[in-house]
Design a binder for this molecule. Structure first.
Ligand SMILES: Nc1nc2c(ncn2[C@@H]2O[C@H](COP(=O)(O)OP(=O)(O)OP(=O)(O)O)[C@@H](O)[C@H]2O)c(=O)[nH]1
Length: 302
């Protein structure tokens, strides 16, 4: 079997319908992430399977702050995940057309696109008539050489399947980036890790702000409706381990309690949280490696 996998960045002005489209493509669970995502550095928004292809959707924080006269490297940095993605999908609202914000994104696209495939998804087609749609399609394609144009309604589901199939075909051949059985709860795993990391930061803010990361290693649904979550807190040095544990384990206990309370509130059910602290001297370098792949969520501190 030839598998395909790669990163897809959904970009567009606020309100363009990115979350709605993502939820359609990935499934309902991701919507939980989207509320939280602004406050985290999590960059993976969701993973979808389409035939033999694994579609990994990345976030693009910081894209829309007004900027003038940027060089390519700065634009690429501002574009974050989009600049590294295999495919970029620009979402434009059908009834709003080419706004100033869209102009700015088009300018940025020209800077960073360079051989990358960029698709145009005109969204909310339920809000306009056909002639307006055609002239918008023409105008946008005059401004940028889109590989393909899709007319969709993310909310009603029109055109979404076509887009998803096309994305799957365009992705490079290669092994999947995530085991299939983890895809469904990947966003939840990320959030859970982020919650614990936040509690650690609150508690230890002076002592070791930058040098730890949290990973959710195991997530087990139990018959009684509760869930068992196992997480590992990775620190760089033995001394840090002692700080995280605290005297007689008091610090880790307090962190565990507050993380569990927030998880229970967030997931609306009973949670059994098990934290372990491990020393992993190289995690910073590993995190950098991951971030090159767009996998920033491994790095709790970037
Ligand atoms: N009429 C119509 N409304 C839509 C469609 N797709 C999304 N919307 C609505 O547009 C609004 C914005 O959608 P979101 O998915 O939150 O947009 P977003 O791009 O993720 O927004 P930000 O998170 O602010 O960047 C919501 O009220 C959606 O219900 C569509 O196809 N048709």
């Amino acid at each position: 079997m030839t598998t395909r996998a790669g990163f897809i960045a959904l970009i567009g002005e606020p309100n363009a319908g990115k979350s709605t489209l993502l939820n359609r493509m990935v499934g309902a669970k991701v919507s939980i992430v989207t509320h939280k995502v602004q406050t985290t550095r999590a960059r993976i928004r969701g993973v979808a399977m389409e035939g033999d292809a694994q579609l990994v959707f990345v976030d693009t924080p910081g894209l829309f702050k007004p900027r003038r006269r940027l060089d390519r490297a700065m634009v690429a940095a501002a574009w974050g995940g989009a600049a590294d993605a295999d495919i970029i999908v620009l979402m434009v609202e059908a009834h709003r057309g080419i706004t100033e914000g869209v102009e700015r994104i088009l300018d940025g696209l020209s800077e960073i696109a360079q051989g990358r495939k960029v698709a145009l998804a005109i969204n909310k087609i339920d809000r306009v008539e056909a002639p307006a749609l055609l002239s918008l399609t023409r105008d946008l394609n005059d401004r940028f050489p889109f590989a393909e144009t899709f007319m969709i309604s993310a909310e009603k589901g029109h055109g979404v399947e076509d887009l998803r199939k096309w994305l799957a075909q365009q992705l490079p051949e290669g092994p999947w980036l995530y085991p299939e059985d983890q895809i469904a709860d990947l966003p939840l795993r990320m959030i859970a890790a982020e919650i614990t990391r936040e509690k650690l930061t609150l508690r230890l803010h002076q002592e070791l702000p930058y040098q730890l990361t949290v990973e959710t290693e195991n997530w087990e649904e139990r018959k009684d409706g509760s869930a068992r979550i196992d997480q590992v807190i990775y620190v760089m040095r033995d001394g840090h381990k002692g700080i995280v544990l605290g005297k007689r384990g008091e610090t880790i206990k307090a962190i565990s309690q507050s993380a569990r309370a927030e998880l229970e509130e967030f997931l609306d059910r009973k949670i059994h949280l098990f934290l372990q602290v491990k020393v992993r001297p190289n995690w910073l370098e590993e995190a950098e490696r991951y971030s090159e792949m767009g996998l920033d969520f491994k790095d709790g501190n970037a």
